[in-house]
Write a protein that binds this ligand. Sequence first.
Ligand code: BGO
Length: 281
Amino acid sequence: TRPYTIALAGNPNAGKTSVFNALTGARQHVGNYPGVTVEYKEGSALHEGKKVAVVDLPGTYSLTAYSPEELVSRNYLIGQRPDVVVDVVDASNLERNLYLAVQLMELGVPLVICLNMMDVAKTRGLRIDAAKLSQLLGVPVVPTVARQNQGMDDLLAAAVQVAQSAPEWRPLNISYGSDVDQGVAELADILQGAQERRGLLSARWLAVKCLEGDQEVMDRVRETPELADKLLPVCRRVAAHIKSTMDDDPDSIVADYRYGYITGITRQVVSSEREVRMDLS
Ligand code: BGO
């Protein structure tokens, strides 16, 4: 049987390289994604005597089609379907780092969150309830200090456990407000009809990407003229409607709602010891 594959994702400087090195040690080499100049590292970890492949994706803040790194990460996930994605998150900067996590969840990949830099968070007086975060996101969360090799066994075990359960991709659906939601539903209906063309991606995910004006997804749509003829006029009408009623572009509204969703979670998960002390003095 082929080994499980773990893909490592994360914002730049969250500690992805440190996690990769801690998991794979000397068992690593550098490769290139087909057709692009973005490099990636691949290695193997050992879990209970069995090899597990680990792929280090480029560091990204987002999964849009705006930069080669983001596109490479996204296409790797969609095309290669790793068994599990480990998102390395900087715990001392949780809100910002969860933006990528939410996008991974919206894509639907089987996910484990590596809550790294727990030492830094602690030094800054931040207390993070990892169990609560896990419960609210519905995703395993493993606290780590990658530079000191702390939590790496737990992280690998959590990732292998998810991989073993061979989960289906289950996209997270969050609301972007009634105007956008309605437009997304209308576009998703059209895309639903073109099921065989979209492979395993959800119609809703593609609909959101169309509204966001995602170049790569739009190019794919144009490859099927019958679909493009139906979809693009609706997409333009919906985008124009949103812009006129909300005075903002669909992609920034979507981003705002993602942050709203994240803030709702971090508020319940992060507390500052400093603030508490100040209250008492
Ligand atoms: C330098 N805790 C702490 N405190 N630091 C960590 C942790 C952790 O859990 N994990 C990683 N780091 P990368 P990306 C550095 O390189 O893995 C540190 O971009 C330095 N370098 O050691 O590279 C890690 O791959 C000089 O720090 O992240 C690295 O995701 C002085 O966070 C940095 C101090 O980790 C980024 C640190 C010359």
